[in-house]
Write a protein that binds this ligand. Structure first.
Ligand code: CP
Length: 317
């Protein structure tokens, strides 16, 4: 694997899930693999899980780790090509990436959607600069349109929790939120579920359909109760409107996942990438209930990252 920014970078999804599950049982089996190599973890946005799970994964592989919380600690970055930098920005992203090339063997970056320009976000205006200027492999720690390490952890978690012969029914359900949230997690989960052997359905209110370039042929149901029927897995996530970009059109019905709603499923396991707004997106009862596999999902972020870092090291060693 040369880079990791989308499911298309994976050669064989089932093989990498198998590898991650092996790593979960044998997390110190490759402690020499990253020896003498450095990974730069660059965060342009906040993080708890991605930062810590990436650090654990890199440590388990013997990598040196440079973590840069760029929004808080670095110079104020300029992203526009040809900018006359006579304002607040101090360092151009191109120069920052060229310097990271001197220090790192792998660059991992978190760069959320700006949620201001649909065109910039759809075209991954920041990640694309890393892809263009990095001379070392680039890993996405969540970009404007995707969160691939999260999605791999989601696939690992579903695989661990499904032992039946038939395909599980997996429902991605929109949930309420208090402010506009990017579509990256939902897009990414959709893209990865399309590669899994599952019966996948998306449910969201009218006006909240995801980018059709991600949903493709996936069934979208605007009635949550209908979609939840017989679900084996329910993935709860908020996202803002794609059509009316980053807007949050009013939704009159209650879309929060409650125990009552969950009772319509096939004893469905509940997933969420976290952080979650309790009693807004899902109820305490669901979050703390026995169907929740949300903390297991968070734990699997380590093995998702470690499997990917290990594959990248195979390429550069
Ligand atoms: N799920 C996830 O990416 O969590 P963080 O934003 O805390 O990294």
């Amino acid at each position: 694997m040369k880079n990791f920014t989308a499911v298309s970078d994976i050669e064989n999804l089932q093989e990498i899930i198998k590898k991650a599950l092996y790593i979960k049982e044998n997390s110190h089996s490759e402690t020499e693999k990253g020896k003498g190599k450095t990974i730069g973890l660059v965060f342009l946005n906040s993080s708890l899980r991605t930062r810590l799970s990436s650090q654990i994964a890199a440590q388990n592989l013997g990598l040196n780790i440079l973590t840069l919380n760029a929004a808080q600690e670095a110079w104020n970055l300029e992203f526009a090509d040809g900018a006359v930098m006579n304002g607040d920005t101090v360092e151009h992203i191109k120069d920052a990436i060229e310097v990271l090339n001197q220090y790192c063997d792998i660059i991992a970056v978190r760069c959320f959607a700006g949620m201001k320009s649909k065109e910039d976000d759809v075209n991954e205006s920041i990640l694309s600069q890393f892809q263009q200027h990095a001379k070392v492999p680039v890993i996405s720690l969540e970009s404007a349109t995707r969160h691939p390490l999260q999605s791999l952890a989601d696939c690992i978690t579903i695989s661990e929790n499904w032992k039946e012969e038939r395909k599980p029914k997996v429902v991605l359900t929109w949930a309420p939120h208090i402010k506009p949230i990017a579509q990256a997690v939902a897009n990414s989960f959709t893209e990865w579920m399309q590669e899994m052997d599952v019966d996948f359905v998306i449910t969201n209110p009218e006006g909240y359909d995801l980018d059709p370039n991600f949903t493709k042929q996936t069934k979208i149901i605007h009635n949550q109760d209908e979609a939840l029927k017989d679900a084996d897995f329910v993935y709860v996530k908020n996202w803002s409107s794609f059509d009316e970009y980053a807007a949050i059109p009013e939704v009159k019905e209650n879309w929060m996942l409650t125990a009552e709603k969950l009772a319509q499923t096939n004893n469905g396991k509940v997933m969420h990438c976290l952080p979650v707004r309790r009693n807004v997106e899902l109820s305490d009862e669901v979050m703390d209930g026995e169907n929740s596999i949300i903390y297991q999902q968070a734990k699997n972020r380590i093995f998702s990252a470690q499997a990917v870092f290990s594959e990248i090291l195979d390429e550069i060693n």
